[in-house]
Design a protein around this ligand. Sequence first.
Ligand code: HC0
Ligand code: SF4
Length: 573
Amino acid sequence: MVTMTIDGLTVQVPEGTTILEAAKTAHIRIPHLCYLKGINEIAACRVCCVEVEGERAMVTACNNPVKEGMVVHTNSPRARTTRRTNVELILSQHDCKCATCVRSGNCQLQAIANDLGILSLPYESQLPRGLRGAWTTTFPLYHDYNKCIKCMRCIQICDKVQSLSIWDLAGTGGRTTIDVSDNRVIKDSDCALCGQCITHCPVGGLRERDDTQRAFAALADPDKITVVQVAPAVRAAWGEAFGLKREEATMGRMAAALRRLGFQYVFDTNFAADLTIMEEGSEFLHRLQAGGLTRWPMFTSCCPGWVRFLKSQYPELTHQLSSAKSPQQMFGSVAKSWFAQTLGVAPEKIFCVSIMPCVAKKAESELPTMAVDGRPDVDLVLTTRELVRILRADKLDPALLPEEEPDSPLGVHTGAGVIFGATGGVMEAALRTAAYVLTGKNPDPDAFAAVRTGPGLREAAFELAGIPVRCAVVSGLGNARKLIERLKAGKVHYDFVEVMACPGGCVGGGGQPISVEDEELYGVRGQRLYDLDRAEPIRFSHENPQVQALYRDFLGAPLSQKAEELLHTDHKA
Ligand code: HC0
Ligand code: SF4
């Protein structure tokens, strides 16, 4: 242990602790912008400078370890002046138009500038000039050079956690900026669109393409029947942006809010998650019983970030993906066929909107393979953050809304559908139904809980009616790469692998609300989904009464010709 003093308080911390972390133990908060524990500890912003007695230069607190007897001042006149000057310098190279910034009210730079009472800038504003072309406005991810503060968090999260290295430093000196690596343009890069760079950006330097006005246009169109689906993980996080307590941020209030916005039918992606289990589970059992899975596993296909990653990094393995479309796409396909038929309207009349925790879902919905007869399954995808924005635009306060039921049939779901939003959930839901199909009776719904928790890469083996099933569950693309390299080297053997691009699964998705405190919230959000599952009266996808009705009245059986046409794809686009 090391004993030192911070602002007159004696602190004892383990050797190697940084000044910043040591200060936290004494409840002293040292402001910072670029620091992300374990990921970005490079003191790029220099906002965390403190004064250390005996040192001539100011010392950055985020990357300097404490020393025995060290005396630190975070609020000495010199520390205060240095902090203020460094924030002013950052602001001089930042487009400070907060009123038109997507992160206003949720921005770490704005918060620090406000806290420090910076009301005017002593330095001339110098925004970046002469950058390569304008950023494409059609790609689902948007980078704003004028907002970027060069903190390097995006570079590091993409390198260290997602193993993709999409971002890099470009330019030199005062013209240094962050850009797509290797002089590529973003649409030609290998960007998986996981959106982790967005959720780890402290300012408005990165955001999703804003599609909120397209949603309002559709809602105003009298020729369209608007249908909305809400992804599993959205319900675990949307309330954070409104400061709602967990028991207030219910799906009942979400349904009420969506109806106030004008959506005619409020449905649930969870219905389609149950449907996915029927299709993907049947495909898996078919492959397993046919003995086709000896070395290579079947990969889940519901995460478009993962599918994009596989296609760009390991194209030779694309055929290992399940042919099942994702729940988002299955939902749209069923909404424009069975549901349109039920209403007695042409499929073109239905305008299908998805609320997703995800940026990659925008791109997935635009793929030519995610369409039937040239008609896209899903017309518009909004992230959870965009949902929050349209609710705010209409001055809707969810806390004051009543609880309302979603509509039937596509709003009916089971607990197995809910857990799709957390890492391991797709696997667990599939195993529950596979066990039923193979043995003829339901297992304990928690029999496969082993796939829920643990590191980002975990494995479990089960026996279903005497058939051994080797499973792996991965979240985070860096972990996915490790798993694939082990598979390719023949070091591991699995039958079924679930991959989610975002750490923790969709609950940690790149379209979710952003914590200004840099908290990683996927753990608590995932727990919320497991709690919802436990509270559901039905916890098996095959018992969803409306999924049963869909097969009875329309599709016939899983993997029927009609199901293949509407719910499966070859992933060739
Ligand atoms: Fe997910 Fe999904 S669980 S990918 O993370 O499978 O986005 O929440 O909607 O489609 O259901 C995201 C979340 C979904 C899909 C589902 C799957
Ligand atoms: Fe999107 Fe979920 Fe995949 Fe992240 S894990 S890219 S949120 S589908």
